[in-house]
Design a protein around this ligand. Structure first.
Ligand code: ADP
Ligand code: MG
Ligand code: ZN
Length: 480
């Protein structure tokens, strides 16, 4: 048997909690956590006789996500009841969208091993989140309805993904877009971004899709990658041993590193969707769609192209900076204030990134304004400080938040660039180091470094190194 005879086919259903202040059909808070059952009212707990009213922001955010993923927007969209009976959902149905979702037929570009690939987005629809069951030992099961009615978008992809690497790249890209468009905080540990993985395998060259399994509620990129790799191999082994893959829901068991069957298709829900009678259709005229389009920020792909094309950054560096909107905005603000934009980018990629963890990078948690970074780069450019001094200035900016010029002023860190002053010192150093001078004059170019070292020593490292080399060469030429 050879795994390489098979192709893995994956489609994702990603759920993302929207960042609205209030819930989808009532004015309860969407804030995460809180004492159980304190962010609830008769509407989000589905009491008989209550009437839901759609929070307008929900449709707006969903459309924004749709536009950012090249989707078409349904100007006439409606909501539907999806019936299921489970204690996390007190109404016994979830309001979702069935045949007329807000957004459809989009795509996202991903890059894996330098190859760009388009992944189709089938649809993006809105729905309400369910509550949370808490199984406490000895106390039976408890339920917290705070999460009930938190607005979600579900982003369904075409079965276009072919490997765990592509799954990771897709999820990362989607997360970046949702963060850029500011529709979700995408905190996987708080459940605001989670995905169901549909996976099947087929012999290479086959045109029909194989039978798929679905792994629900993956809330970590790493788990998703491991689950894909395990499940693909499992299905191939089943087929190779003459069996058939059963269409079923499986669960990723992180401790054991395997997927396990939860329920088969025979037990699958019959959702009996029907149009939600208590809610109006969502009508979005062209002008409204265009108004929402105007609220979109410049997206990461466009920024990367611009950073490479206009600013001359390396593609990899542009990607690192554009990975977070906050960091990209910070960089752009610095770029406006300096001619040496590449220099500013380098400081971000090296010294800034070195000091931040992933979350802080995403938030661009930098203890000083972007203008300060630009000012420091400018001080290097105009010869006021050397690169080495700049490292110290940067360190001080980080710990105190002071402006670079204040730091330079107070520490007397100024580079000596004055020609007369440096010439005098060069003459002095040449007189005191006949051996190095002799070596240089007899052809050992490297001997100039010894003289340079002496210059740095007597100026305590403050001499402008470019000038020192030129002046030393001038003086030595006179001796020849
Ligand atoms: P359901 O309504 O049962 O969730 P859908 O047809 O809406 O099923 O598909 C859900 C997801 O599963 C989509 O992302 C789709 O691309 C993916 N999918 C469908 N069939 C397959 C298959 N045979 N192999 C892999 N993924 C699939
Ligand atoms: Mg599904
Ligand atoms: Zn409520």
């Amino acid at each position: 048997m050879s795994y390489s005879d098979y192709e893995v086919v994956i489609g994702l259903e990603v759920h993302s909690e929207l960042k609205t202040k209030s819930k989808i059909y009532c004015s309860c808070s969407t804030e995460f956590g809180g004492e159980p059952n304190t962010h609830c009212c008769p509407i989000c707990t589905g009491m008989p006789g209550t009437l839901p009213v759609l929070n307008e922001k929900v449709a707006e955010y969903a459309i924004r996500a749709g536009l950012a993923t090249q989707c078409k927007i349904n100007k006439f969209s409606k909501q539907d009841r999806k019936n299921y009976f489970y204690p996390d959902l007190p109404k016994a149905y979830q309001v979702s969208q069935y045949d007329l979702p807000l957004c459809y037929e989009g795509e996202i570009e991903i890059k894996v091993k330098d190859e760009v690939k388009k992944i189709g987005i089938t649809r993006i629809h809105i729905e309400e989140d369910a509550g949370k069951l808490i199984h406490e030992s000895g106390e039976g099961s408890l339920v917290d309805y705070n999460r009930c009615g938190i607005p979600l978008i579900e982003i369904v992809s075409e079965p276009d993904l072919r490997s765990s690497e592509e799954v990771r790249a897709y999820m990362e890209k989607l997360r970046t877009i949702l963060l850029y468009t500011d529709v979700s905080d995408c905190k996987m540990n708080e459940g605001s971004l989670r995905c169901d993985i549909n996976l099947s395998v087929r012999k290479k060259g086959a045109t029909e899709l194989g039978t798929r399994t679905e792994m629900k509620n993956m809330n970590s990129f790493n788990f998703a990658v491991k689950a894909v790799e395990y499940e693909a191999r499992r299905q191939i082994r089943v087929l190779e041993s003459g069996g058939t893959v059963v269409q079923e829901t499986r669960r990723w068991d992180e401790a054991k590193g395997i997927t396990v069957s939860m329920r088969s298709k025979e037990e699958a829900h019959d959702y009996r969707y029907f149009p939600e009678p208590d809610l109006m259709p969502i009508v979005t005229p062209e002008e409204k769609i265009e108004a929402i389009r105007k609220t979109l920020p410049e997206l990461p792909d466009s920024r990367i192209n611009r950073y490479v094309g206009e600013y001359g950054l390396k593609e990899k560096d542009a990607e690192l900076i554009a990975a977070s909107r906050s960091m990209a905005d910070y960089f752009q603000a610095a770029a406006h204030k300096t001619k040496n934009i590449k220099g500013a980018a380098n400081w971000i990629i090296t010294e800034v990134f070195y000091r931040l963890n992933e979350d802080e990078k995403e938030q661009a948690s930098i203890p000083f304004q972007p203008e300060f970074l630009a000012e420091m780069v400018n001080l290097i450019e105009d010869g006021t400080i050397s690169n080495r001094m700049a490292k110290q200035v940067f360190e001080k900016m980080w710990s105190t938040g002071q402006t670079p010029s204040t730091i330079v002023e107070e520490s007397g860190m100024k580079q000596i660039s004055d020609d007369d002053e440096l010439s005098k010192l060069a003459v002095e150093v040449i007189q005191k180091n006949p051996k190095a001078v002799q070596d240089y004059l007899s052809g050992k170019q490297a001997a100039i470094q010894a003289l340079m070292g002496q210059m740095m020593k007597i100026t305590k490292g403050k001499a402008n190194p470019k000038k020192v080399i030129d002046l030393l060469k001038d003086q030595l030429a006179k001796l020849n």
